[in-house]
Design a binder for this molecule. Structure first.
Ligand code: AMP
Length: 366
């Protein structure tokens, strides 16, 4: 494991007046580079040759420098890491970064400083650890069934790893559930029953809340020791199942698909903001107890709201989520927090800038 002390050692040799913001060219990289440029940071994109032109197509979000790799995992090679350190790089983890490089390898092999607390990636990528985190936070989560024979309600079945919902399915009876699991094993989607997560199906409306936990700015909603919680924006993911009505009355089975294909903006009824902020605060406080200093920077709570059951949280993403790409300038909430346009990407750059100005850079890096 790369220790916090090892990262501090690398940071101690950095030219603190010339920090470069870096990430791999995917997911929310345009937003991250755009925000960093707005605050005059130098930017570096790690890209595969086939997608470089995408980042050149958006001049105001184009990184100043590129490192070309054959595959994203090559970011772990000594050559790439040394180059990143030479450029005083701070890596911003995003969904594709974690997916391609892998949470365990990030924690064990990446010795380039990263924004936030990298331990959080181990907690978000392991379903049982996530549940422990939610339990510690006292959040309402879907019931889980270890064995199909225990399922006493409509269930929602997920495969391991973040596959963007691909292949997930529902079942209305124990027989249907057992048959669908057998079929998934036959088709090679999973090796055994132990790999799937069988959850209670939660009816309701989905809300994905984009939070930012800041150690550098004062005022606002104080949570934990020395930090504040900001609700920057929210979205709803679009999945083929959302448009299943188009196939009525005989809905083609292809519509029963939960793969995320896009995101829609939305806002929350104002009287529910109390519950939303309360859930965010509980997640931060639990993280500080479970893996100090806890979560730092952007995270997303994925929830389903039912008018009589309230919010159920089914997932946490402990880094910037792609739904924030909807708001490169401002969301319906950021004007109430900042006097200037603010995206999650720019917010990360702002936290780094404030940390640099106050000589506290080490606090927000690991
Ligand atoms: P996830 O991979 O956990 O983000 O889930 C992908 C999608 O599956 C979500 O966007 C929801 O539409 C759906 N989903 C996940 N968990 C549940 C659940 N317990 N009940 C109903 N729908 C769910």
């Amino acid at each position: 494991m790369i220790t916090r002390e090892e990262i501090e050692e690398v940071v101690s040799k950095y030219d603190k007046s010339r920090i470069t913001i870096s990430t791999i060219c995917s997911h929310s990289a345009l937003q991250i580079f755009h925000g960093a440029r707005e605050l005059a940071f130098k930017t570096l994109g790690i890209t595969t040759p086939d997608r470089k032109f995408v980042y050149e197509a958006f001049p105001l979000a184009k990184p100043d420098l590129f490192i070309e790799v054959r595959k994203f995992k090559d970011v772990l090679t000594r050559e790439v890491q040394e180059k990143l350190i030479e450029e005083n790089c701070v890596i911003i983890p995003h969904g594709s970064f974690v997916e391609y490089v892998g949470a365990v390898d990030i924690v064990n092999k990446l010795y380039v400083p990263m924004f936030g607390n990298r331990m959080v990636l181990l907690w978000e990528s392991d379903r049982s650890k996530q549940r422990e985190w939610f339990r510690e936070a006292g959040l309402k989560t879907p019931r889980e069934f270890k064995n199909p024979s225990e399922a006493d309600c409509k269930v929602f079945v997920k495969y391991p790893g973040a596959k963007g919902g691909a292949g997930y399915f529902t079942a209305d009876s124990i027989e249907e559930l057992e048959e669908k699991i057998r079929s998934a094993i036959r088709r090679g989607l999973i090796k055994s029953l132990e790999e799937v997560s069988i959850q209670e199906f939660i009816p309701g409306v989905r809300y994905y809340f984009h939070f930012f936990y800041s150690l550098m700015l004062n005022g606002g909603f104080r949570v934990g020791e020395g930090g504040r919680l900001e609700l920057l924006s929210m979205d709803k993911r679009i999945e083929p199942i959302d448009e299943a009505y188009r196939g009525l009355p005989n809905v083609p089975t292809e519509f029963f698909d939960y793969t995320v294909t896009g995101n829609q903006p939305l806002i929350l009824r104002e009287s529910l903001l109390k519950d939303c902020l309360d859930m965010g605060a509980r997640v931060v406080l639990a993280s500080q107890r479970l893996f100090p200093p806890g979560i730092i920077g952007p995270f997303c709570l994925e929830t389903i709201y039912h008018p009589s059951r309230g919010f159920t949280v089914f997932e946490v993403s402990a880094r910037i989520v792609a739904g924030t790409n909807l708001y490169p300038q401002s969301s319906p909430y950021t004007p109430y927090i900042f006097n200037e346009p603010m995206s999650t990407g720019k917010r990360i750059a702002l936290e780094l800038k404030k940390a640099m100005e106050s000589g506290r850079l080490e606090e927000v890096l690991y």
